[in-house]
Design a protein around this ligand. Structure first.
Ligand code: ADP
Ligand code: MG
Length: 464
């Protein structure tokens, strides 16, 4: 078995567990799913038919991506193609021999891929230690302390904080807390029947049970739970029959003092549309909010995660990363995992450049002004064949002036720098900057392909 098929198998195992599918469903969707290539940021997967590709890309993409991240230890983008479409494409190419065939993977890329896979195999833990969603691993700060305390109480004394509703923006630790509760209960209250579902899987299961005429088994399963945990309950909005069923499950459990815990990316009043009776239930819950992390909490989280991975980062780098990544802990974690992958793969030094490089992949919009300006100057300079020094100089030949106008326009568009500061870069006053911007706007309206050229440059600059 080669490395990729090993990873494919591990992925399928994870999918089987996470989707909780029957054998038939599993074989149908995931049985012939295979990873055909894997690099540090993208995994390409194949499946036999177009239909399966469509279903996998819509209904299952998220879970595939989560499971793959569990297996390899960090997030990658997922691309799925179908073998039947590819075959057709190939036949077509053979019929039209003039057309250039798609280039094969270069030997260099192949080497790189091999190296990456080797590292993943040797070094990346099968399930990253960062993914241990326990109370111990939950770093506490002002923004999440109260939520954590209440969750911990709910875990210790099921039924006392009932129902419990945890809300906060995406990536702030709600699922982590939910798993932590589950983890704690499984260890400390062994007899309890705990049912965890995302709102989406609850809904899909309900739909399947209606299709298979097994709704009574479905009802029984949920109503016999001692603890019901539903993640991302906001997805229930607008789903009438799911709301109806959930209301009855909720009431049955609540009336027999069973613990219900929900998470949501918004407070109950903002879940719309939602039937009044469910809203009343949600609003009557113990409601706790997780807020965006302060600088101190971000620093503490980065330190802890870097320590866990054995990633060397001195304080100034930790602070730098905490400044650059503002309010999403998932994103912070994503950056650390990627930096770790580069560090262990290429033995790259962990420095600001590495961190910047990774941030630009994870969050292309998030590039600081000074780095953007450098990239704009060098991209335009390359494209127009004039040097950066010339662009910044007072020279007025057409080609130089045009490159300069373009730089100024793109800087204005991509950064929030005031005209005066843009002027400083070119040692000119703000009226000249204004003039350049107007000039480019006229070119966009009058010159063929000019706008396209600018948009392509912007994409290149942003690295997307
Ligand atoms: P949400 O469900 O709110 O979108 P998650 O619980 O999935 O967010 O959190 C995203 C990632 O950030 C997870 O890997 C989680 O472990 C991590 N995380 C969030 N908050 C904390 C925290 N306080 N301490 C440690 N890790 C955290
Ligand atoms: Mg979540």
């Amino acid at each position: 078995m080669d490395e990729l098929s090993g990873i494919s198998e591990a992925l399928k195992e994870a999918l089987r567990e996470k989707t909780d599918s029957t054998n038939t469903t599993f074989d149908l969707w995931f049985g012939e799913l295979n990873i055909t290539s894997l690099t540090e940021d993208t995994a390409v997967l194949s499946t036999p038919t177009k239909l399966r590709k469509n279903i996998l890309s819509t209904r299952f993409k998220k879970v595939i991506s989560e499971c793959l991240a569990e297996v390899i230890g960090f997030d990658v983008k997922i691309e799925i193609f179908s073998l039947d479409e590819k075959e057709k494409e190939e036949e077509k190419k053979e019929e039209e021999p003039i057309e250039e065939k798609r280039t094969e993977q270069s030997p260099e890329d192949k080497e790189k891929e091999k190296a990456i896979i080797q590292v993943l195999k040797d070094k990346a833990p099968k399930k990253s230690i960062l993914d241990e969603y326990t109370f111990d691993n939950f770093v506490e700060g002002e923004s999440n302390k109260f939520a954590k305390t209440v969750c911990y109480a709910a875990a210790r004394y099921p039924g006392e904080q009932n129902p419990l509703f945890i809300h906060g923006h995406s990536g702030l630790g709600k699922t982590h807390l939910l798993y932590a509760i589950m983890h704690y209960m499984k260890t400390n209250h062994k007899g309890l029947k705990i049912v965890y579902r995302t709102c989406e899987s609850f809904m899909n299961e309900l739909i399947d049970s209606i299709g298979n005429r097994t709704t009574s088994a479905f009802k029984e399963k949920y109503r016999s739970a001692d603890v019901l945990l539903i993640d991302d309950i906001q997805f229930i909005s607008g789903k009438e029959s799911t709301q109806e069923e959930f209301f009855h499950t909720f009431s049955a459990l609540y009336e027999s003092d069973k613990q219900i815990i929900m998470t949501s990316d918004r407070p109950p009043r903002e879940i719309n549309p939602l039937t009044e009776r469910l809203r009343t239930r949600f609003e009557g819950s113990v409601i706790v909010e997780v807020l965006p992390p302060s600088f101190e909490l971000r620093t503490a989280i980065i330190k802890k995660k870097a320590d866990q991975l054995g990633l060397p980062m001195d304080n100034s780098l930790v602070n730098y990363m905490a400044e650059r990544l503002n309010n999403n802990i998932r994103q912070i974690e994503g950056v650390i995992k990627k930096v770790y992958a580069l560090y262990s793969l290429y033995e790259t030094d962990v420095d600001r450049d590495t961190i910047e490089q990774v941030i630009s992949i994870v969050d292309p919009g998030n590039i600081p002004n000074d780095i953007l300006v450098d990239r704009i100057l060098s991209a335009v300079s390359k494209k127009h064949g004039v040097s950066v020094d010339d662009i910044k100089s007072k020279k007025k030949t057409d080609s130089i002036a045009n490159a300069r106008h373009m730089c100024i326009y793109i800087i204005k568009r991509l950064t929030d720098l005031p005209l005066k500061e843009i002027g400083n870069i070119f040692k000119r006053d703000h009226s000249t900057i204004h003039f350049s911007v107007n000039k480019v706007e006229t070119y966009i309206k009058t010159k063929n392909n000019y706008e396209k050229e600018i948009n392509e440059l912007i994409k290149e600059i942003k690295g997307i």
